[in-house]
Ligand binder design. Structure first.
Ligand code: GDP
Ligand code: IMO
Ligand code: MG
Length: 428
């Protein structure tokens, strides 16, 4: 039995795709446990770049079984496009499995996500407009459609009829838009269901059997800790739980299967969308991080907000997920900075704040306090061992370890597979 959870320790886009791909090489099963196609994971293999939104990044390992767990929300349109995209790039997708219990993103979810954001105006969340929130809302409101319902025409017709009546009332009377046509959706989604059917199975059973057989299972989180619906910067969050304990729920296996938890963090911090961000930079250093780090969204192309690494946030992520090791990504992006900073705590109205506040009002008033270190000002992208890193870069890494009390087990110095420094074995 060997279960490793890999999750974002910040606001998403930490480089989870790259690490999943790296560890996916050693895994027998790679499984996504939450989120949907709001995720955008870029993986670079050799000279080729893969952009994945829904399918686990482990799909690039032809030997791995890749599972979309019950905790994920699935847009069949996106799923089929992604399968086609991978096949066209020569990737074998026969290892893909989809939970029959995963919920389906329907056209009205996407429409409502868009209309809700428009209605919120300046108070918008900045969602990806992929219908994620409305789909999870319906799941919890018990009016969702699961993959198992979708692939059974009779059940699908019955559930769609009932739900569409409610949604059309909402679309017409509240949003003042056109109603959606039952027959059109039914035919279109039934056609897609036929193509998806062969991948659908009881994935909880499958993953449990793999764990019992001593196989290596990698649980791949999407989004990040601070976007968690319970523990993130609510309401500027996503509608699922990226934290590690949700891996058990979102796959349907016992919590004792999670042996280690790898938190993925950038050497700085980024955020897409709205909401407070204590260490955000509006100066040249922030511009440099954005331009050198290509900090523009995979899904929406939006410029990501950039700032210094924040150990208040990382300590919070470590606590919430029981993180046993960190992967520090994109160290190379900081290569040219003369000074680098690490936020150790906040100050709020004269008070020292060491734990991440719940109140957004308080968070907005928090001023970051930094330790400033000399930069290393040389190219690290060709470094392949920890000892070879410049002394100032090692100092930076070890200072983060000091303030998070967690070992940094992996350091990434570029987007490619081999631009990875392993300090400790990650997947036993
Ligand atoms: P994810 O959502 O957590 O998988 O992260 P994204 O894929 O959205 O964003 C991370 C971006 O940084 C991708 O374009 C990666 O190819 C790239 N990347 C990952 N690790 C490194 C690294 O160490 N250095 C550099 N320069 N780029 C990296
Ligand atoms: P990966 O897996 C960064 C953000 C959106 C928005 C908020 C809610 O690539 O790290 P949603 O569409 O989920 O309802 O939007 O969450 N968001 C992400 N930000 N990386 C992601 O995924 C994200 N997925 C959602 O920008 O602020
Ligand atoms: Mg991303």
């Amino acid at each position: 039995m060997s279960g490793l959870v890999l999750l974002g320790a910040q606001w998403g886009d930490e480089g989870k795709g790259k690490v999943t791909d790296y560890l996916g090489e050693m895994a027998d099963v790679v499984v996504r446990y939450q989120g949907g196609n709001n995720a955008g994971h870029t993986v670079v293999v050799g000279e080729e770049e893969f952009k994945l939104r829904l399918i686990p990044s482990g799909i690039l390992n032809p030997k791995a079984i890749c599972v979309i767990g019950n905790g994920v929300v699935v847009d069949p349109n996106v799923l089929l496009k992604e399968i086609k995209y991978l096949q066209e790039k020569g990737i074998d997708t026969s290892g893909l499995r989809i939970s029959e219990r995963a919920h389906v993103i329907m056209p009205y979810h996407i429409a409502i996500d868009t209309y809700d954001e428009e209605a919120k105006g300046e108070k918008k969340i900045g969602t990806t407009k992929n219908g994620i929130g409305p789909c999870y809302s319906d799941k919890y409101n018990r009016i969702g459609i699961r993959i198992a319902d979708l692939i059974d025409k009779e059940v699908f017709a019955e559930r769609l009829k009932a739900t569409l009546e409610v949604k059309n009332n909402l679309l017409v009377k509240f949003y003042e838009k056109e109603p959606m046509d039952f027959q059109e959706i039914f035919e279109n989604y039934s056609e897609m269901a036929e193509k998806i059917k062969k991948y659908v199975t009881d994935t909880s059973y499958l993953v449990d059997e793999a764990l019992k057989a001593g196989k290596k299972v990698l649980f791949e989180g999407a989004q990040g800790t601070l976007l968690d619906i319970d523990h993130g910067t609510y309401p500027y969050v996503t509608s699922s739980n990226p934290i590690a304990s949700y891996a058990a729920v979102g796959v349907g296996v016992g919590v004792q299967n999670i042996n280690s938890v790898l938190g993925i963090a950038k050497a700085y911090t980024t955020r897409v969308g709205e909401g407070p961000f204590p260490t955000e930079l509006f100066d040249e250093d922030g511009e440099k991080m954005r331009n050198v780090g290509h900090e523009f969204g995979t899904v929406t192309g939006r410029a990501r907000r950039c700032g210094w690494i924040d150990t208040v946030m990382l300590r919070y992520a470590v606590r919430l997920s029981g993180i046993t090791g960190l992967a520090l990504m994109k160290l190379d992006v900081m290569d040219s900075l003369p000074k680098v900073k690490i936020c150790t705590h906040y100050e709020c109205n004269g008070e020292k704040v060491e734990t991440f506040p719940c109140s957004l009002k308080k968070l907005a008033e928090c001023k970051p306090v930094y330790v400033e270190l000399d930069g290393w000002q040389c190219d690290t992208s060709n470094v392949r061992s920890y000892e070879e890193l410049p002394e100032n870069a090692r100092k930076f890494i070890e200072t983060i370890e000091k303030y998070t009390a967690v070992p940094i087990k992996l350091v990434a110095v570029g987007p490619k597979r081999d631009q990875t420094i392993i300090r400790t074995e990650l997947f036993k």
